[in-house]
Design a protein around this ligand. Structure first.
Ligand SMILES: CC(C)(COP(=O)(O)OP(=O)(O)OC[C@H]1O[C@@H](n2cnc3c(N)ncnc32)[C@H](O)[C@@H]1OP(=O)(O)O)[C@@H](O)C(=O)NCCC(=O)NCCS
Length: 168
């Protein structure tokens, strides 16, 4: 029996220093790098330095999404939220681990993240996202997760700007 993407149970937890190796591998996978703002492979030392700073950064949260029961927990993807100083706005970044891509799970992951951050940060009013127009899987994911367009790209290399508004 196969389960639909929306019925997949997703558990989110904050990243810890034990996730450093896995994030290095996922972030450097070609399908993740392809649409990243920096598409070059990241070197190990630079990654470790970035990750250490990230874990200490009060304005940034990295969440690891997992699925499956007790002894068969599998990683699903990663969400990053960068908060503005005001804490009413955050910018989200998302990727699925390579084995989980292409099954429509991105929308469920994004929905889970939106719910998680709002519960943790009730004052949050909106989440923004920047998506490259050629990244159609991402465009569909954000639109299906209730993000709406706030600015069209100025040219083919510019980002589409999306926003999720909590309406509070
Ligand atoms: C973006 C991402 C989270 C979406 O994951 P996903 O849920 O596995 O997405 P899918 O591959 O199932 O694609 C979602 C939809 O886009 C469609 N799609 C995928 N690639 C497409 C393309 N090149 N052109 C048009 N449509 C495309 C799929 O057919 C699917 O539509 P459907 O459900 O109507 O069939 C995932 O691709 C990812 O992690 N990418 C790498 C990192 C990244 O790009 N992050 C976003 C940065 S803004």
């Amino acid at each position: 029996m196969t389960s639909s993407p929306s019925s997949v149970k997703i558990a989110l937890r904050r990243a810890t220093k034990n996730d450093c190796d896995a994030l290095f591998v996922w972030r450097n996978h070609p399908s993740v790098r392809q649409f990243s703002s920096n598409s070059q492979p990241i070197q190990w030392e630079a990654h470790c330095e970035w990750f250490e700073k990230t874990l200490l950064n009060k304005h940034r949260i990295v969440l690891i999404a997992e699925t499956g029961e007790a002894d068969a927990v599998k990683p699903l993807g990663v969400l990053r939220y960068d908060f503005a100083v005001s804490v009413v706005e955050a910018v989200v970044s998302i990727y699925l681990v390579p084995e989980s891509m292409g099954k429509g799970l991105g929308t469920a992951l994004l929905n889970a993240g939106t719910q998680w951050v709002k519960e943790e940060f009730p004052f949050l009013q909106r989440i923004r996202a920047d998506v490259l127009p050629e990244n159609q899987a991402s465009v569909k994911t954000f639109e299906r997760a209730g993000f709406h367009l706030i600015a069209e790209p100025r040219d083919a290399k510019d980002f589409i700007h999306y926003e999720f508004d909590f309406g509070t």
